[in-house]
Design a protein around this ligand. Structure first.
Ligand SMILES: Nc1nc2c(c(=O)[nH]1)N=C([C@H](O)[C@H](O)COP(=O)(O)OP(=O)(O)OP(=O)(O)O)CN2
Ligand SMILES: [Zn+2]
Length: 136
């Protein structure tokens, strides 16, 4: 029997969507107000899902305290109150769209979770814009 446990988290971060090769007018044409050269912020809401089998000895799929610590270390410490474009190395040459942020988070969490488990990331950029990534 397989099931999924979830841990929610959040972080606040600034970003700008743009391509370095394009001028401000072209960036505005494609990314609109999200290309504001002075950046803007979002309150990101994150849900990390871990899918697998329950350990009969503990009744845990995995200890959610451990998952919480991994999310704190890999996501909150790295992203919270940061300018993603300037302060987070993963986005130096990668547009910090909600899609790309979710993939970066998935890759970081994947390295910390036993391979017997599958991982899914649901990331809200705004209350109405969100993405789900499961590594495929
Ligand atoms: N596919 C994507 N589209 C957009 C992304 C993205 O990451 N992936 N990001 C943005 C911007 O970051 C923008 O800041 C989103 O804000 P906004 O358009 O204001 O979103 P709201 O949900 O608040 O918009 P409402 O019009 O108020 O519903 C844009 N697109
Ligand atoms: Zn934005």
């Amino acid at each position: 029997m397989s099931l999924t446990v979830y841990r929610k988290a959040h972080f606040n971060a600034a970003h700008r969507l743009f391509r370095k090769e394009w001028n401000d007018a072209k960036n505005f044409e494609v990314f609109g107000k999200c290309s504001n050269p002075n950046y803007h912020g979002h309150n990101y809401e994150l849900e990390v899902g871990i899918t697998g089998k329950i350990d009969p000895a503990t009744g845990f799929l995995m200890d959610l305290k451990i998952l919480n610590r991994i999310i704190e270390e890999e996501v909150e410490t790295a992203f919270d109150h940061k300018n993603l474009n300037i302060e987070v190395p993963e986005f130096e040459n990668l547009n910090p769209t909600v899609e790309n942020i979710a993939i970066v988070i998935w890759n970081k969490i994947r390295l910390r979770i036993d391979s017997q488990f599958d991982i899914s990331i649901k990331l809200y950029e705004t209350p109405r814009n969100f993405v789900v990534y499961s590594g495929q």
